[in-house]
Ligand binder design. Sequence first.
Ligand SMILES: [Zn+2]
Length: 708
Amino acid sequence: MTAHTKLRQNLVINGKIQSHHQDRLAIVYIRQSTLQQVERHGESTRLQYGLAEKAYHLGWSRDRVVIIDDDLGRSGSNAEGRPGFQRLVAEIGLDRVGLILGIEISRLARSCRDWYQLLEVCSLFRTLIADADGIYDPASYNDRLLLGLKGTMSEAELHVLKQRMVEGKKAKARRGELGMQLPRGYIKRPSGEIIKDPDEQVQSTIQLVFELFDQFSTVNAVLKYFVKNKIKMPDRERLGLQKGDLKWNRPNRPTLSNLLHNPIYAGAYVYGRRSTDPRRKKPGRPATGRTVAKPSEWDVLIKNKVPAYITWEQYERNLRQLAANSMYGIGVSREGPSLLSGLLICGRCGLRMSTYYTNNSNKLRYSCSRMAVDYGESLCQSLVGNPLDNLISQQVLEALKPSALDVSLQVAEDLERERKNLLAHWEKQLERARYEAERAYRQYNAAEPENRLVARTLEKRWEETLSAEEKIKQEYAVFLNEQPTTLTSAEREAIRQLASDIPSLWFASTTTAAERQEIVRLLIDRVIVAIEGNTEKVFVEIHWAGGHQTYANLIRPVAKLTQLSYYAQLLNRATELKKARKDFTEIADILNQEGFKPPKRQETFNKGMIHTLLVRTGVSSNKKTRSQQVNRMPNEWTFRELSQRINIPEPTLYRWMQKEILIVRRVKEVSHNGIWLITADEKEIKRLESLKNQPKQWIYHSRVKKVN
Ligand SMILES: [Zn+2]
């Protein structure tokens, strides 16, 4: 009888271990939750492997001890995604397991549900469970109670631990000390200080993203620029042997968009910007289910914590612009008669203004969309499009006059400057590639010839750097090819020639709106408009492609007299004249002579307008007018009343009367000429209102029978 068999018999007699247990497997179940824990707690892992030894001492022969450690490095609060645990349960279910060993065995399962399932299966198949404290038989009532308690305690402990960790993390975050994943453009010093990436090219590339977004206002345009000029995005390796090494990746939309959304570039430390919503989480993908919270919902925001690439104001403006873009699609030139769609920037908030067409594309409006973005806010500003379009086309023609050709020469100079910047970028890239190749060569050269394996690796690395350098050289050649050469004097002359033809081309009936848009786009980067208050005055700032700016004042038509910037002045003067016993016609004439302009597009004031102005403000008493003396039928209106009711100008109503669209009658009882009354009940008013938005030829088809 061997010593082992003797040991076996002793245990069978003394304890819970029976021979039917020993005839089956002893499984040592090893688990740690995260890779970090695996690294740090090597000690605990060694302890767990020591359990195999324990199984042997408990009487299992070595070939019957199995170690399951599939779950190493896998975190999980339930059995999903932990094949080791599932395999364990399966083995028990196949009646092949006599004993399970583990350190703090209740941690086998991280949630009570898994734990009770395990106990159930173990008791069914008479499998024992052993941990540092002892051996338990789940089939026995007392042991089962104890095991259940252990499981509950373990889960409670896990909960407390987690809570403590989360709280600790938050406290650290509030101090701005919680290590965050640093995005491209930043690195952390060994001291823990966060600084801008010391690589000059990295910094200038990040800076370029913000400059371009400022210029183009869309992620797409920035991306296009990067792709067109073959500029790559810098990044540092995050893991592995090359950790910290600089690499250059092809830019893509999400990368650029993340960069613009990330508050760190404005120098801020933020915690709680991205939280995980378990409802959106997909199985097997720990990073999904992330949601991005609004700035007001961030747990922690500390400004000026790290060196910034942009100001906080610029960051906020970028966020608004991005939101506006996603709401209105991308602000590029759209089909339509508008000259400036996609070019217009609101001078009040810095956002791109949208283009709207009302009345079947007849009326163009430019409007700042901020209201729609910052919910609930009222309209930022909005103006009728045509006067602005006219102003800009006038300016463009002015700029294209042969005498004003220095504009285009300025453009050429700026292209040259931009080209120089790009060249510098390419040279840095080439220099880097050359340096890498040289370094690889030096390393290869320095390797001992005897150490062939190392030499071969280094040689391979050297070859790779050489071919990388070659590739950059080729791309550089392509870039040089695509660049325009500087203008010869003959070309300048040709431009001058073309320029003198431009006005006639511009106004030619064969020139489409889209072609005019194209011309404007070539010459103008953006137009910034700011309406002064709610008045007729608009300040216009034109940013030309060359980078220089011109300014203009625009008078826009406004709806009401009261909106006019000189309303107070106008009213004072009119009141003065009224007191001087002038009648309305005389007042109108004087105001016109003195240079006052009415709102909307009327050129001059007339008697009616002065009457409205003075009656409304109470300067002139509103005597009972003729129309009020007439005995009216139900639903009868004067032209003025109806005009105000359905917001259609009186002249239009008179035209409609001539075209027999209105139901009218003449009342002669009050004066020699009599006055006209229009019959319109609610239904008729609706009909007339619907006519308002229809093209003229349609309206004239909708005559009514004349009623006398
Ligand atoms: Zn605005």
